[in-house]
Design a protein around this ligand. Structure first.
Ligand code: ADP
Length: 705
């Protein structure tokens, strides 16, 4: 006889089914047989059924009465055989004991497995029923029922077989199945069942178990070593078994298995140890389900949650999430910094209105009202004053976004307080600067007026000076001409009439020659003075604009040839100086005062001769369509670089200790006049020089149009 207390649910079911099969084979046994052999076999069968460890009830569909009951059935139901045989399935009377569905609701007599088989010809497979005995005690039974048909196919009896599974319910079902998670897993119908021996070898598995592990059929996995074949990390089996041995069961224990393809399969296992008859364990059985997708979804959810947390934390601005009522749900660290409150003080506790300056609160409430009303929405960016935890006012720019589905709002804020302060400071600075600029402009204007007045005065003085110079020079010229004339005449007369007379006079002869020489000096100095006066007059005229320019078309080839001829005499006494010139024919014409241009060229040639003791003086000319360039280069004493900028100034002469050149020093007006003339015609005069090596003067004059 089997020991039902140590059998698993599956083994119990198998046992019941075997019994049912056995009874079905003996279809003819229950009705009273006519022939004695049959009678014998019926007695035999009744004896077998009587010995059966299952409760057995047989009923007749025609009468609706129970016609057979064994002792085990009586033991389980708690009533005697007579009470059983009195049962009428057609009557609506309740039994002395009551049957209930697993959820506790009562089962009508016609809904019992026996009635279903006997009255309706229906099978019932492994139905769990709660039986409440007449004495109030309860037990759990597992039932199978079968209708029995005769050879004509007519229903002639119904049989129910059942075993008590109260202990199972207490040891396994109650502990395992009452767990909500386990029930949930069971309910889905996709759970995998497995059973293993204590050596860790798989002895039983259903199709779902095989499929989860990537196999077609349980036969492919039965007999395999669980840890090494199905565990991603076989050592995890040790921990799992420790848990199982410690608690006797596991509920939704997470494990990472691997499929036949090697891919990881996340499962949750609810398992228990199967006791053996000797008080030890014969193995492990359990249910597991594939939670890979769930784990992946959870991981993805966790990641996206993490991602959005991070994103929220790193928006770069103080960010606040408000619920539909305006309460603060979530803040990032910048929002903590801005408000002076901690996350704990803000989240779920503060309302946005708690941190607004009372002056701004009115219009902001109105703003939020307008955002949720139907009219055109107000702009989603605005400035307001926030009051932080310490009561400091902060000028903030907010950008707000509404989430229509949830009514939540997300607000990003930038603290513009220091920017505002800087803007104010800048404004003040600008204002001060403007005042300063006005003051300075006024001072400058005043200075300008003073300068203009001074300039005017200078111009007037200059005019007075030029006029005076002009009239003084003019006045000087007449007596000077007389002085020079008389000196010449006196010298000539003296030399002609008196020198001869004194030739024999020993002491007077040298005196006579001194007088003659002195008269020569008077003439020469007079000439120099006259030249100075002429140049002064010219310059004064040109500068004052009173000079009358006698402009004509000048043939430059001719003009330069004449200048060269005039200057030629200057080189007569200079044995060591070669004067070279090359004047191309057909040079372009210029429109200018011929005498003045000639005076300019002559002046430069005279200076070159005057300041050159050895080497050469070269005059060369080039021309293009717009300009004519005249260059006069010498190999004379040159001009020190720092003095070059002054030599076109009036009365400027380079002073040297060189006695040789003392006589050569002139008025210092020549170059000033040259520059005035050239510039009058829109031309340019330049000099380059190296002391001891020579100087080059260049004039360029515009060609006549
Ligand atoms: P000056 O009548 O003294 O020659 P200029 O105005 O013509 O007056 O020249 C001014 C000064 O420039 C001269 O005194 C001289 O020192 C210097 N100078 C002019 N031409 C030359 C030159 N070719 N070589 C050296 N020095 C020159």
């Amino acid at each position: 006889m089997s020991d039902y207390t140590t059998m698993t649910r599956e083994e119990l079911i198998a046992e019941l089914e075997a019994l049912q099969r056995h009874i079905r084979l003996q279809q003819t046994v229950i009705p009273e047989p006519a022939d004695p052999d049959s009678k014998k076999s019926r007695v035999l069968l009744e004896a077998v059924l009587e010995q059966s460890p299952c409760g057995v009830l047989v009923a007749c569909p025609r009468t609706g009465r129970v016609i057979f009951v064994n002792d085990e059935a009586c033991r389980i139901d708690g009533v005697d055989k007579a009470s059983h045989l009195a049962i009428d399935l057609n009557s609506l009377d309740q039994l002395a004991w009551t049957l209930h569905y697993p959820d506790g609701s009562p089962m009508l007599l016609t809904e019992t497995p026996l009635a279903k088989a006997t009255l309706f010809g229906k099978k019932v497979r492994t139905q769990e029923i709660l039986l409440r005995r007449s004495d109030g005690t309860e037990c759990w039974v597992l039932c199978n029922s079968n209708p029995l048909f005769d050879e004509k196919g007519e229903l002639h009896s119904g049989i129910v077989t059942f075993v008590e599974i109260t202990d199972h319910k207490n040891t396994t079902t109650e502990t395992m199945f009452c767990d909500a998670t386990y029930l949930r897993i069971l309910g889905t119908g996709v759970d995998a069942y497995y059973k293993a021996d204590m050596q860790g070898r798989l002895v039983m598995a259903n199709i779902a178990a095989a499929r989860i592990l990537g196999y077609e059929h349980p036969d492919e996995i039965i007999g395999k070593h669980i840890a090494s074949t199905f565990y991603e990390s076989p050592e995890e089996r040790v921990t799992f078994m420790q848990e199982l041995l410690g608690r006797g069961k596991t509920i939704s224990y997470p494990l990472c298995l691997k499929s036949t393809a090697g891919t990881p399969v996340m499962v949750e296992v609810s398992a228990r140890l199967i006791p053996d008859a000797k008080g030890g364990y014969q193995g492990v059985e359990g249910l597991f389900r594939d939670v890979t997708a769930k784990a992946q979804a959870e991981e993805q959810l966790r990641r996206s949650e993490f991602f959005y947390r991070k994103l929220f934390e790193n928006t770069g601005a103080a960010t606040v999430l408000l619920d539909s009522s305006g309460r603060i749900n979530r803040v990032n660290s910048q929002a903590e910094e801005l408000s002076g409150y901690t996350k704990e003080e803000l989240e779920g506790k503060k309302h946005w209105q708690d941190m607004i300056d009372p002056e701004d609160l009115g219009w902001m409430v109105d703003y939020h009202q307008r955002r949720i009303s139907d009219g055109p929405p107000p702009p989603n960016e605005y400035d307001f004053t926030l009051v932080d935890k310490q009561g400091n006012k902060k000028f903030v720019r907010a950008r707000i976004d509404f989430m229509q589905e949830t009514g939540e709002r997300i607000v990003c804020m930038a603290d513009l307080t220091s920017r505002r302060k800087m803007e104010k400071e800048l404004e003040e600075l600008n204002h001060k600067l403007e005042i300063l600029v006005t003051e300075r402009t006024e001072a400058l204007h005043k200075k300008n007026l003073e300068l203009e007045a001074a300039n005017q005065r200078l111009l007037e003085l200059d005019e007075i000076k030029s006029n005076m110079l002009s009239s003084v020079s003019h006045e000087l010229r007449t007596p000077l001409t007389s002085i020079m004339g008389f000196a010449k005449v006196t010298r000539n007369t003296f030399e002609k009439y008196f020198s001869q007379l004194l030739l024999t006079h020993k002491t007077l002869t040298p005196r006579a020659s001194t007088i003659s020489s002195n008269l020569g000096i008077i003439t020469r100095e007079g000439e120099r003075l006259s030249r100075l006066i002429n140049e002064l007059l010219d310059l004064a005229h040109v500068e004052s604009g009173q000079f009358r320019w006698n402009d004509t078309l000048c043939d430059m080839s001719e003009l330069l040839s004449l200048s060269v001829a005039s200057a030629y005499g200057e080189f007569q006494d200079k044995a060591d100086v070669v004067f070279k010139f090359s004047i191309p024919e057909n040079l372009p014409f210029i429109f200018a005062d011929k005498d003045k241009i000639q005076q300019v060229v002559l002046n430069l040639l005279n200076n070159a001769a005057k300041f050159t003791e050895k080497g050469e003086v070269v005059l060369s000319v080039t021309a293009d369509t717009h300009w004519i360039h005249i260059s006069i280069a010498d190999t004379g004493m040159g001009i020190p670089e720092h003095l070059l900028q002054h030599i076109f100034d009036k009365f400027y002469t380079v002073r040297t200790n060189d006695t040789l050149h003392a006589s050569a020093v002139g008025t210092g007006l020549g170059l000033a006049l040259c520059s005035q003339v050239v510039e009058h015609y829109g031309g340019k005069i330049n000099v380059t020089s190296s002391p001891g090596q020579g100087s080059t003067f260049e004039i360029c004059l515009p060609v006549a149009k």
